[in-house]
Design a protein around this ligand. Structure first.
Ligand code: 6CM
Length: 258
C-alpha cells in the first residue's frame, strides 16, 4: 500500500475484496470473464455441433461430443426459465457450501479447503462411485459475482458462479482410491421482472429467472465412454430440476433477494 501524506490523493485504489490479493486472483478474474462471455452466447452463436439431448418444459440441455485421448469431455450447455426465483437466489444456493448436501446427489463428501473471501472458496469434493469406474474427486475454486446489466440498466443485476479446477499441494491428485476429475462450470442467471400493471409491489409471481449452466468435465482417467454419456444424460437433467426445485422451496416464504 502507498504511504500517503496529509491531503495527498491515492493513485492505486484500496482493494475491495481480500481475493484481489490472492495468488489465484488473476486466473479467477480472467476465467470468470471468459466463461461469462461464452455462457452468454446462444446455441446458434456457438457454431454447429450442439445436440439437444434432454428437454423438459422450459429446460433444454445440449451437448457437443468431444474426446481427448479417448476420454469423453463433452461440453454441456443447459438453459432453463424458472418462475418465482431470482438470479441472486439461484447463485446464492449454488455457491454456499451449507446447502450443498441438500441438492448435490452425486456428492459423497465436501470440504472447504480455503476461504479466500466471501465470494471465493476452494473446495475438495469426493463424488459417489459409479460402477465400473473408480471413484472421483475434484479440487476447485468457486467464485460468485454480480455483473452489471448492460442491456437494461434499470433491470436487476445478473449473477454468476464459476467453478474451476485448481491444485492443492496438501491434496495431490490420484494418490488414494480416487481419480481426480477436472472441471469448468459456469452458472449464469438473469432475473426478469414482469411488473404488475396496477403498480402493486413486486411479488414472486412477477419474477422469473433465465438460467444458463455450462460445464466441461474431464473424467481424468479411464471411464467407458458409453457409461459416461449415459450417466451425464441421466444426472444433468436430474441435477438442474432438483436444484431449481430446491431454490423454489427454500425461498417461497422469504422476501425476494435481487
Ligand atoms: O455443478 C454442479 N455441482 C457443483 C457443486 O458440487 C460443482 C461440482 C461438480 C462435480 C461434478 C461431478 C459429476 C460426477 C462426475 C462423474 C465422473 C465420472 C465417473 C465415471 C463414470 C463411468 O460444479 C452440478 C453437477 C451435476 C453433475 C451431474
Amino acid at each position: 500500500r502507498e504511504k500517503l501524506k496529509t491531503g495527498q490523493i491515492p493513485v492505486t485504489p484500496p482493494p475491495t475484496s481480500p481475493a484481489l490479493q490472492h495468488r489465484l486472483w488473476p486466473d479467477i478474474d480472467r476465467l470468470v470473464k471468459q466463461q461469462v462471455a461464452m455462457s452468454r452466447m446462444g446455441i446458434g452463436d456457438c457454431g454447429t455441433g450442439w445436440q439437444l439431448f434432454a428437454e423438459d418444459g422450459e429446460m433444454k440441455m445440449y451437448r457437443r461430443e468431444e474426446e481427448i485421448d479417448g476420454m469423453v469431455v463433452d461440453p454441456l450447455k443447459a438453459v432453463h426459465i424458472v418462475k418465482g426465483i431470482t438470479g441472486h437466489e439461484v447463485c446464492h444456493y449454488f455457491f454456499n457450501p451449507k446447502y450443498r448436501y441438500d441438492w448435490e446427489t452425486t456428492l459423497e463428501h465436501m470440504t472447504v479447503l480455503e476461504n479466500i473471501s466471501d465470494d471465493t472458496l476452494v473446495f475438495l469434493q469426493t463424488h459417489k462411485r459409479i460402477w465400473p469406474a473408480s471413484q472421483r474427486d475434484v479440487v476447485f475454486w468457486s467464485h460468485i459475482r454480480k455483473l452489471p446489466n448492460d442491456q437494461d440498466r434499470d433491470g436487476p443485476d445478473i449473477w454468476t458462479v464459476v467453478n474451476n479446477s485448481t491444485e492443492s499441494p496438501e491434496h495431490p491428485a490420484n494418490v488414494g482410491k480416487c481419480v481426480r476429475i477436472y472441471l469448468t462450470v459456469c452458472l449464469l442467471c438473469q432475473t426478469r421482472v414482469h411488473p404488475p400493471k396496477d403498480g402493486a409491489p413486486i411479488t414472486r409471481d412477477d419474477v422469473s429467472c433465465k438460467i444458463t449452466y455450462c460445464s466441461v468435465v474431464n473424467p481424468g482417467g479411464w471411464a467407458p465412454a458409453s457409461v459416461l454419456r449415459a450417466v451425464y444424460k441421466r444426472e444433468y437433467p436430474k441435477f438442474l430440476k432438483r436444484f431449481t426445485a430446491y431454490v423454489i422451496n427454500q425461498t417461497k416464504n422469504k422476501p425476494l433477494m435481487f
